[in-house]
Design a protein around this ligand. Structure first.
Ligand code: HEC
Length: 143
């Protein structure tokens, strides 16, 4: 997949989350290693709209809700080193994209360039883990 060339002002930023997410999003899960995400150490953040459904698991994610995973090297077991990249899920309107579980999936590199959009591998795996008790509405975290 080709990114659109930079034109008068740096690389295009089409990632689905703001650069300053750490100040407005909530960290919704303790740091852990993720065998499913390329063996990285990961932190999971949710925007204010996603935080409650993600943690409470008793009502749907509103359209536009964002869940984001900050990926660190496996050797970085405190997640204090450089960020390797992000994986992101943004909720789409209910029933609008059954094939992708009504989420938009994105992988973003450390420079915030979009690496993949709606990569089938993402929702294929999340389909299998995204049902209670292991997951919730396409998300895969076990509580
Ligand atoms: C082989 C299975 C697998 C694949 C492929 C996969 N994931 Fe995940 N993902 C998981 C599991 C399991 C978790 C929860 C546990 C963890 O963090 O490892 C998770 C967690 C996440 C989270 C944190 C929210 C949650 O679900 O709890 C996001 C965001 C996410 N994945 C996005 C993506 C994106 C985007 C892709 C594709 C680029 C992707 N995932 C590919 C298995 C997978």
């Amino acid at each position: 997949m080709w990114a659109v060339g930079a034109c008068g002002g740096g690389a295009e930023d089409t990632s689905l989350f703001p650069a300053g997410y750490a100040s407005s999003y909530l960290q919704v899960r303790p740091r852990r290693s993720s065998p499913d995400h390329d063996l990285n150490h990961v932190l999971v953040f949710a925007d204010p709209a996603a935080a409650e459904p993600y943690q409470m698991r008793d009502h749907p994610f509103p359209t536009g809700a964002v869940v984001l995973k900050e990926e660190h090297d496996l050797s970085d077991d405190t997640c204090s080193g450089p960020i390797k990249g992000w994986t992101v899920m943004v909720k789409l309107a209910a029933g609008s994209s059954a094939a992708t579980l009504d989420w938009h999936w994105q992988k973003v590199d450390a420079g915030r360039a979009v690496v993949t959009d709606n990569e089938p591998r993402c929702y294929a795996c999340h389909t299998s883990c995204g049902a209670p008790p292991d997951g919730y509405l396409g998300t895969c975290s076990a509580p």
